[in-house]
Design a protein around this ligand. Structure first.
Ligand SMILES: [Zn+2]
Length: 250
């Protein structure tokens, strides 16, 4: 699995064929921010955009055509439901144990990671995902064994802001120019998710990945692959959380 780079504007789902006119896609779904949270969007581990809070104008880019953009709206909708649950919990509400589609959340996290790369957040050049990743995001193919969504549990007291959204790509690097994507962290409203895109990262994620962001230095961090339940709210409490349903493998 490899990635390609381009300087031209192109729909990143072009390998699927049948592209329409390019449209502006929000890098991180608007549905995440539609509950009045006023959250800042922070990205880290990127080259082109300095770490820190992003300007509003950077939040959307012409990276998907209209057809492929709208085909992914069920992913945005499910992420919006997750976001609402997290914000209600942050306000101190009892959320119980609502159910969401793990498959849609996984595909959304993957799409969000790819959006940032395709928009050129990570490099001087814009990255286009390999066709196999595109097909996985559109639900047309399975990810390699062990790839996909992981919940990330552990002590989060060092996090700068529990109310933000954050995308951090992970690379396997032979050099600055010779590197390939292995996954990334997507954090929304304090919930940390990791999505693995390359099987080489899978044995590493329970240990120390290459060039880990600060949060991964904590020995208490625990990754769970395609979790059936993610606790939300008070640390160590399993009373409130999200039940994730997983489709059987395609
Ligand atoms: Zn397209």
């Amino acid at each position: 699995m490899s990635d390609s780079q381009t300087r031209t504007r192109k729909c990143w789902a072009a390998p699927l064929g049948d592209c329409d006119k390019l449209s502006r896609e929000h890098i991180i779904s608007q549905s995440i921010f539609s509950h009045g949270c006023g959250c800042p969007l922070i990205i880290e581990g990127n080259h082109r955009v300095p770490s820190g809070q992003l300007a509003e104008s950077s939040l959307a880019a012409k990276i998907l055509c209209r057809k492929h953009n709208s085909a992914l709206s069920p992913l945005d909708a499910e992420a919006g439901r997750l976001s609402e649950i997290l914000l209600n919990s942050a306000k101190g509400q009892e959320i119980g144990r609502p159910g969401l589609s793990g498959s849609l959340i996984e595909r959304w996290a993957l799409k969000t990671l790819i959006n940032g790369l395709a928009a050129g957040w990570s490099d001087r050049r814009k990255w286009l995902p390999h066709e196999s990743i595109v097909r996985s995001i559109f639900g047309q193919a399975s990810l390699p064994r062990g790839c996909g969504l992981y919940s990330v549990d552990g002590d989060s007291k060092d996090l700068p802001n529990p109310q933000d959204a954050q995308v951090t790509p992970y690379w396997a690097k032979r050099s600055e120019t010779d590197k390939h994507l292995v996954g990334g962290q997507v954090r929304v409203h304090g919930l940390r998710l990791f999505v693995a895109t390359h099987d080489s990262v899978v044995p590493q994620i329970v240990g120390q990945p290459e060039n880990p962001p600060r949060v991964f230095e904590n020995d208490e961090i625990r990754f769970v692959y395609r979790p059936a339940f993610i606790a939300v709210g008070a640390l160590g409490s399993n009373k409130n959380g999200v039940i994730l349903r997983w489709d059987s493998p395609t």
